[in-house]
Design a protein around this ligand. Structure first.
Ligand code: ADE
Length: 240
């Protein structure tokens, strides 16, 4: 970390990621910690010009802790979803050099550095429009860019999945399948692109926002209730 000792520098990366709308929906987890679903799902990724999250990640030796702001308000990073993504990306961080700023970060130094993250959604947050899918894939992707992570999209999708299940599908444009996978460690629970964004060029999706209020039941608790109480959900999972 060449310039780190002075503690004066800040290095930043910004990314933008779209949300996605399921045509075959993910509903129900078989593993809550790793976010492993009970069924495969398929979605269409929206145009990032329309519905997206934009996230800037900054790192500086002068930051004493990791912090995050969502739509201008500070939120806690202590929840498992953010911590899993931060941990998995930090593990894969590589050397970074910014010649102009005279900054060199060795991969082993990333464990000692803290990040500040600011994210904005250009559509209502937590109102049923999959803001956490856009937000969490953007979080992973932008953090990965800053830390020079070399993993392919399949691997990044598996990390984003640990932040918010359907976030894994937003890594690709077009039509995307989240393969539920069979492994207990979730290594095969990844997204694959079925057809790219040019495949069905005249497809138009109209989203009518009837309320931008935060939804009363979170997806996490709705899914948990369904898994615990719905014989229909079990039937669906068994008969796919
Ligand atoms: N949840 C909803 N929107 C988000 C965002 N942009 N970043 C992280 N988490 C989110």
């Amino acid at each position: 970390m060449a310039a780190a000792e002075e503690g004066q520098w800040v290095l930043m990366a910004t990314g933008r990621s779209p949300t996605n709308i399921a045509v075959i929906k993910y509903w129900g987890k078989r593993d809550e910690a790793l976010i492993l679903p009970v069924n495969d799902s398929i979605s269409v990724t929206l145009d990032p010009d329309h519905l997206s999250a934009t996230t800037t990640v900054a790192v500086s030796p002068s930051f004493p802790s990791d912090r995050m702001w969502l739509n201008g308000k500070e939120i806690s990073l202590s929840g498992g979803r953010f911590q899993s993504c931060l941990r998995e990306i930090r593990k894969r961080a590589q050397d970074v050099e910014d010649e102009k700023k005279g900054i060199r970060i060795k991969k082993e130094d990333w464990g000692k550095l803290h990040v500040h993250i600011a994210s904005y959604n250009n559509f209502p947050t937590a109102a049923g429009l999959a803001s956490s899918a856009a937000g969490l894939v953007c979080f992973v992707f932008t953090l990965g860019n800053l830390m020079n992570v070399k993993e392919d999209y399949g691997e990044l999708s598996s990390i984003a999945r640990q932040g918010s299940g359907s976030a894994c599908r937003s890594i690709y444009g077009g039509f995307v399948k989240w393969c539920m996978g069979k492994n207990n460690d979730g290594s095969d629970s990844i997204a694959v692109q079925l057809a790219d964004e040019a495949h069905w060029n005249d497809l138009v999706i109209i989203i009518a926002v009837v309320s931008s209020k935060q939804k009363e039941t979170s997806s996490t608790s709705g899914m948990r209730d369904s898994v615990e109480t719905s014989p229909l959900l079990q039937y669906r999972a068994q008969r796919k």
